[in-house]
Design a protein around this ligand. Structure first.
Ligand code: FDA
Length: 464
């Protein structure tokens, strides 16, 4: 067993842990990063599948994500815009594909007006929610005790409007059915992205991609840290001092003693680590009320982006299709056409119940409903399956069950002695996004730096 000491040990080399580690190291502290997988980046991963680079995990950057945009500039990474020229497609409840331009789906006119009205209502309610403290909303408990689906039902009697507005947060963001999370959680999500209108506007929320893939961010941060990052080192035990005086972290072949630990893994994985002494009861309870959503991100590659020839942008939506949304995801400077589609929550359950060939067929038929029969014959096909990954277990991120956010949310980011918790799942602004992970990584690093400054000042005062 190898034993070492450092100022800060970071558990998890996703974008959040690596942001914290580089910030601490730039400020002069020593760090050790322990990562369970054989690569860095966690939910950010660019892989080459049958000769095509595909972004298996997170990829998009939106204009409000200033922490991420700053990091991209700092790391010298370039972005490019998603292809969006031409008409979008909407498939309605009768299965008919209709072209449209703008954000509002070409539903019957009355339903369109109702969707616009609901967007205004949600924007106004979301503006009342502080993304850093949604539990502090005066009606937090009440809004957290009703599902988003039921709450929408209280605000409209138009079924198609309700299904479409639900899609923007349920299938598209939380990847859970809208009966499984609260109205408070939905309003918080909108507030964390700046407004509900931002989530509705695909040109905003899915604006840009990084040349070479978004995993470049953790890869470059890890390169800066060099051999401070150790791979294939799952942490299984954290011993911490209740007076805040240090922590000892264990992997199977290494013991790291540190003044502070940053646990930068998704909250559902905290129970994989044995804490001694046990974490406070409120914290242990909070972890049990958070869970991952489920989405299959599907990549279909074609010799050429054939939909563009038909005047289609590649953007497609339908709450009635297996693939509820899809986009042109062709790579920068590559002539091949790539479509990316998403099948969420209960539809993902149903797809995973099928064999691989039938699942592929269902997905491609759904793409064909938007783009025509040519979509049935991609040259490369790939499904991102994060729920099958031991060190993630779902996609895109975690959220509270009904009532959990108001009851436990405030405890999420409070350090326990020398142990700090960080991940995009705990973010306020940028919740569930890379931007949020960077914000939380910075915040945790600054809290540790403030604590070390205070300790140094106290030691100096004692000595003089
Ligand atoms: P993350 O989960 O990435 O990192 C945690 C790390 O801890 C992992 O590397 C894991 O292996 C490691 N670990 C776990 N347990 C451990 C243990 N016991 N010991 C040591 N290491 C351990 N976001 C966005 O901004 N734009 C987007 O377009 C998308 N799209 C998207 C698509 C898909 C399919 C997914 C899955 C996710 C997205 N996201 C996204 C979300 C985004 O990818 C996500 O919010 C962040 O990458 C999360 O970063 P973290 O570092 O917080 O966790």
């Amino acid at each position: 067993m190898f034993t070492e000491s450092t100022d800060v040990v970071v558990i998890g080399a996703g974008v959040t842990g690596l942001t914290a580690a580089t910030r601490l190291r730039r400020a002069g502290l020593s760090v050790r990063v322990l990562e369970a997988r054989d690569r860095v980046g966690g939910r950010l991963h660019t892989d080459v599948v049958d000769g095509v680079p595909l972004e298996i995990g997170g990829q998009w950057v939106s204009p409000d994500q200033d922490a991420l945009i700053e990091t991209l500039a700092e790391l010298g990474l370039e972005t490019f815009s998603r292809f969006r020229d031409g008409d979008s497609v909407y498939v309605g409840p009768d299965g008919t594909a209709r072209r449209f331009i703008g954000d509002i789906f070409p539903a019957p006119e009355k339903t369109q007006r109702e969707i616009e009205r609901l967007i205004e209502v949600i924007d106004a309610r979301a503006a009342e929610v502080d993304p850093e403290a949604p539990w502090a909303h005066p009606r937090a408990t009440e809004l957290d005790s009703i599902s988003f689906w039921d709450w929408l039902g209280q605000h409209t009697s138009d079924a198609e409007a309700r299904e479409n507005v639900s899609l923007f947060i349920a299938e598209a963001m939380m990847t859970k059915p809208s009966h499984a999370f609260s109205a408070l959680q939905a309003l918080f999500f909108a507030a964390s992205a700046g407004s509900f209108s931002h989530l509705v506007d695909a040109d905003f929320i899915l604006d840009k991609r990084v040349v070479g893939g978004l995993q470049q961010v953790p890869l470059r941060l890890a390169a800066e840290l060099g051999d401070a990052v150790l791979l294939e080192r799952p942490v299984h035990r954290v011993e911490w001092d209740e007076r805040g005086e240090g922590v000892v972290v264990h992997t199977t072949d290494r013991t790291v003693a540190a003044r502070f630990a940053v646990v930068a893994v998704p909250p559902v994985l905290y129970p994989r680590i044995g804490f001694s002494p046990a974490l406070p009861r409120l914290v242990q309870q909070a972890h049990q009320h958070q869970s991952f959503g489920l989405v299959i991100k599907v990549h279909a590659v074609y010799e050429r982006p054939f939909w563009r020839e038909a005047g289609l942008s590649g953007t497609a939506f339908s709450p009635y299709q297996v693939v509820h949304e899809a986009y042109d995801n062709s790579n920068h400077g590559d002539g091949r056409g790539i479509l990316v589609g998403f099948a969420s929550d209960v539809r993902a359950d149903a797809l995973f119940g099928l064999g691989a060939a039938e699942r592929k067929q269902r997905v491609l038929e759904s793409l064909a409903a938007y783009y025509g029969a040519e979509a049935l014959t991609p040259v490369v096909y790939y499904e991102s399956d994060w729920a099958a990954e031991e060190w993630t277990r779902g996609a895109y991120a975690t959220s509270f069950d009904l009532g959990g956010l108001s009851r436990y949310g405030a405890a999420q980011r409070v350090p326990v002695g020398p142990v700090h918790f960080a991940s995009s799942d705990l973010a306020g602004k940028g919740f569930q996004h890379v931007d949020g992970g960077i914000r939380v990584g910075r915040e945790v690093a600054d809290a540790i730096l403030a604590a070390t400054t205070t300790t140094a000042a106290t030691d100096q005062a004692r000595a003089s």
